[in-house]
Design a protein around this ligand. Sequence first.
Ligand code: GLN
Length: 295
Amino acid sequence: MVGEFTINTLLQKGIDILGEGDYFNPLLDAQLLLCHVLNVDKLYIYTHKNDKIDVEYVDKFLNLIEKRKERYPLQYILGKQEFMGLDFYVEEGVLIPRPDTEILIEKVIEIVNEGYFKEKEVINIIDIGTGSGAISLSLVHYIKNAFVYSVDISDIPIKVASINAERLGLTDKIKFLKGDLFFPLKDLGLYNKIDIIVSNPPYIPSREISGLQKEVSEFEPRLALDGGEDGLYFYRKITDDSLDYLSNDGILAYEIGHDQGKEVEKLLSEKDIFKCTEIVKDLAGHDRVVIGYKK
Ligand code: GLN
């Protein structure tokens, strides 16, 4: 049943509701939610401004606007987030891929392109804490001879990352393993065979999580954020275990918090297997990636 609202008046109502909540980008969010509900693209919204909308869609849209007003992440509603030029399906229970993490991917690709592993037929990668699969899948998408072992401790990430592997046509370049850190890898005969160990582990100090923006602190998985008292818990664990798996010229590549560069670099330097380490900054000039090189 067609109601009173047109595309334009409904959009305006959505913007007004979000605007009341001191909201970051009411226009864009209202547009994207309306496109989602009507299953149309943005151009349609602009070219059908005065079309009347079915009440069923009006109700759906206003419900989502209210949800968003409570800071529920837009990406969970839309079920997607772009990362490294690829579309990833996301749902509650996986961390939403961040642009900061693209720094990690770009750095690893750069190392590969410099010929670091040029004599390798297959570049073997382990990704600890795969989440949506954004890191694993963009690496195997852009590095043609790469294969990745992707580990996550929770069911939802394994399910979501498998959906993404399927959608991106990458299922033959990835193996999913469920479990804690390196535990599910231990019987696969991978000791000394891994060229790249990559991870964006939980790294927020526990007591700082409640101070993050509400979208993150209330709705994203705490398990993907909480790095223990000093935020470094997983860097210690992963670094220790990585020593068994890295090949002679392997690298360890971490995303890190903006103020963790020196500390994580120190953790790596303490292991005498890393000949050198490097910190890469993000576009805001903050430390964002640490690499440990075995050769
Ligand atoms: N970068 C994430 C944030 O925005 C944290 C991700 C992590 O802990 N690995 O909060």
